[in-house]
Design a protein around this ligand. Structure first.
Ligand code: PXP
Length: 260
């Protein structure tokens, strides 16, 4: 299973001080040498971490293909068309969110979405849609003519964390419900089932399937057996671990866990 390392979190650290250290560019060779197959970055409308200069330099000098996440805002799409990454992953974006909290709404924005997809593809850029794992989203993605979908695993990851760790997950809507272990186990099974059935459907329709958000060194073991998923995009947990073990070890270890 391919590994995309999301290096936004290095820029998050840099922006905490608004200086030029740590530089996300320095991660490229380390990721490539330690088993990553792809670099993922998100050029947000508010440029809160990766900025235009980072994106340009990363795309120019990355030894690995760059998957550039972005919103469907027309100005951003034009920038992406100029940057020409290997792939663009269209994601929803809200200014107030801490991170991308759910999949794209494919239904209320379909015209703008279709325009974005067409423009990117006309510029030779492969397109992926970051979507919730539902059959409706898969079918709609197929209609939009994209090559890839990335299934949002945030809900699965949050339930896994509630069941197995004492981590707090502020974005989780079921946090307040005080569910029992058995109820959480059932929810985890259901969320995994949604990811599986969506992956199977996507593959049947000829779409390539990636997954990402909230994946880490523990919960990944439930995702890797899903053979229809060919790629995982992982950021937070890798960069968090690298604080203690170094980036090379953190990438090597997660790549080992991607093997099935
Ligand atoms: N994939 C997409 C489309 C994302 O937006 C993100 C979060 O930036 C990730 C993967 C990685 O998520 P995490 O940082 O939780 O591993």
């Amino acid at each position: 299973m391919n590994l995309g390392v999301n290096i936004d979190h290095i820029a998050v650290l840099r922006e905490a001080r608004r200086i030029n250290d740590p530089d996300p560019l320095m991660a490229l060779a380390i990721c490539a040498q330690n088993g990553a197959d792809q670099i993922t970055i998100h050029l947000r409308e508010d440029r809160r971490h990766i900025n235009d200069d980072d994106a340009l330099k990363i795309i120019k000098s990355s030894p690995l293909p760059v998957n550039l996440e972005c919103s469907i805002d027309e100005k951003i799409i034009d920038i992406i068309c100029d940057l020409k990454p290997f792939r663009a992953t269209l994601v929803p974006e809200k200014r107030e969110e801490v991170t991308t909290e759910g999949g794209l709404d494919l239904f209320s924005n379909s015209k703008r979405l279709k325009n974005a997809v067409n423009k990117l593809q006309a510029n030779g850029i492969e397109v992926s849609l970051f979507i919730d794992p539902t059959l409706k989203s898969i079918e709609e993605s197929k209609k939009l003519g994209v090559e890839f979908v990335e299934l949002h695993t945030g809900s699965f990851a949050n339930i896994f964390a509630m069941l197995n760790t004492s981590l707090s997950h502020s974005s989780h809507s079921i946090k307040e419900l005080e569910l029992s272990k058995d109820e959480l186990k059932k929810l985890l099974e259901q969320s995994l089932e949604h990811i599986k059935t969506s992956s199977i459907k996507a593959k049947e329709l000829g779409l390539n399937v990636a997954a990402g958000h909230g994946l880490n060194y523990q919960n990944i073991k439930l995702i890797t057996p899903i053979k229809e998923i060919c790629e995982l995009n992982i950021g937070q947990s890798i960069i968090a671990r690298s604080v203690f073990t170094g980036l090379a070890n953190a990438v090597k270890e997660i790549k080992e866990l991607c093997k099935r």
